[in-house]
Design a protein around this ligand. Structure first.
Ligand SMILES: Cc1ncc(COP(=O)(O)O)c(C=O)c1O
Length: 430
């Protein structure tokens, strides 16, 4: 796509110096040329769609938003605390919000950030952007899981990183493959992982691999960027529930709690509170956090104070924990409705993951099915999904027959029908 709105050059026929007619893409910064973004634009464009069953975006279910409580808190803050809530905040975030978040991390992860180790960000993607902006020079190697979250690939590519993929299996990133690459001379600055209920696969990294990855980071001197976007949305016992510590269903420790010296944790409130607030956090070595704070000063300066104050009030009164508890039950139900529908409708030769948390089922269709080509047919059947290919680096030659299904925002009674339509579309492509 190009932003050409008129002809430029000697034959343009204008008399005003040409300022009105430009092929704007000719002015693009070199680093921006390779950035796509079409897939995310397409996903977000379906945010408000009502006539289509959409498994495409990683949207939380709006019924989990406590609108009445939030309206009360907003009204009170605006009436009683406008000097803070409606004002700029410190770049690292309001002290009270950071203190609340620090306590929450201590309860869930068994470790509170030290002074300077925590900042509030404008969502999870902000942390990735700030890190890339501060630490990635053109050509620097950044390792990601293959497949992985599209937004992260774009954030690193935005600063011309040389992004490399390491495959995953049922236990998350294949750390032994990474170890082989490191032994062979690869020297990444950053290794990005989503250890819990990964986007797009729904799979998690085992405790053994977490420790092995932390050991590699210390040995080879790279930073682990741990994205915990879905960590609280496990279908087993709640994080930090001391009555079940050590139970086999409890989540493995976060990488940040295992190795705070080599891990930057990127968290987000988008999936557990509301993406409308654009709130998240970064927890990691103070030296790195201070660099991210500087980088944030020349992007949006600070996360919105009203959102920070609302999150803090909402959380301190116990509403956030309550919301998360309800959401976990809801998403578990939708995950099992989705896998049951896949079992009922998908053609032989299809496989899929069975998530233990999060928003996604990762579907592999029979060989030869082209899920990019079939996406248009799906739209005419009033159903949407995200094809697998964009979750891999190009050249990986993978994902052509895969589909990411986000069940998080599909009403219970539409899941079976939606999957049936996708199955019919896939069968038509066999
Ligand atoms: C793995 C992962 N990380 C981060 C994000 C970004 O979330 P936000 O920027 O809304 O906080 C997403 C959103 O889909 C995600 O799936």
């Amino acid at each position: 796509m190009t932003a050409v709105i008129g002809k430029q050059g000697p034959d343009r026929g204008d008399t005003d110096g040409g300022a009105a007619h430009r092929a704007w893409d000719e002015l693009l910064a070199r680093r921006t040329h390779a950035l796509g973004g079409g897939e995310i634009t397409a996903i977000l464009s379906l945010a408000g769609a009502t006539d289509i069953i959409t498994f495409s975006g990683g949207f939380p279910e709006p019924a989990t938003f406590s609108t009445g409580v939030l309206a009360d808190i907003a009204a009170r803050l605006i009436a009683e605390d406008p000097g803070v809530a409606l004002q700029y905040s410190a770049t690292e975030g309001l002290a009270g919000t950071r203190e609340y978040l620090s306590g929450r991390l201590a309860a869930q992860e068994g470790r509170a950030p030290d002074t300077g180790e925590l900042m509030i960000t404008s969502g999870g993607i902000d942390c990735m952007e700030l890190l890339a902006k501060s630490y990635v020079d053109p050509g620097d190697v950044v390792v990601v899981e293959s497949p992985t979250y599209l937004g992260a690939i774009m954030a690193f590519r935005g600063y011309e990183a040389d992004v490399r993929g390491v495959p995953i299996d049922d236990d998350g990133m294949r750390v032994e493959v990474l170890a082989g690459l490191l032994a062979g001379g690869l020297r990444p600055k950053i290794v990005y992982t989503i250890p819990d209920y990964q986007n797009p696969s729904g799979l998690s990294m085992s405790a053994e691999r977490r420790q092995a990855l932390a050991d590699l980071a210390r040995r080879y001197g790279f930073l682990i960027l741990e994205d915990v976007a879905y960590r609280e949305l496990g279908f087993g016992p709640a994080l930090g529930d001391s009555t079940v510590l050590g139970a086999s269903t409890a989540s493995p420790p976060s990488l940040w709690s295992l190795a705070p010296d080599v891990v930057l944790q990127a968290g987000t409130f988008s999936k557990i509170f509301s993406p409308g607030f654009r709130m998240g956090w970064a927890a990691g070595p103070a030296e790195i956090i201070s660099r991210l704070v500087v980088a944030k000063q020349n992007s949006d300066q600070c996360a919105g104070a009203l959102g920070q104050r609302m999150l803090e009030e909402y959380g301190r009164r116990g509403h956030l924990d309550h919301q998360v508890a309800g959401a976990r039950v809801l998403y578990q139900r939708r995950a099992s409705l989705t896998t049951a529908a896949l079992a009922a409708h998908m053609p032989a030769g299809s496989t899929w993951t069975t998530p233990a948390g999060g928003f996604y089922v990762w579907l592999t269709c029979p060989d030869g099915v082209d899920t990019v080509a079939l996406a248009a047919a799906a739209r005419t059947q009033k159903v949407a999904y995200v094809p697998g290919r964009p979750f891999y680096l190009e050249g990986a030659g993978a994902g052509a027959n895969q589909i990411r299904l986000a069940y998080s925002r599909v009403a219970d009674d539409l899941i079976d029908e939606g999957i049936r339509r996708i199955a019919d579309v896939v069968k038509s492509g066999l």
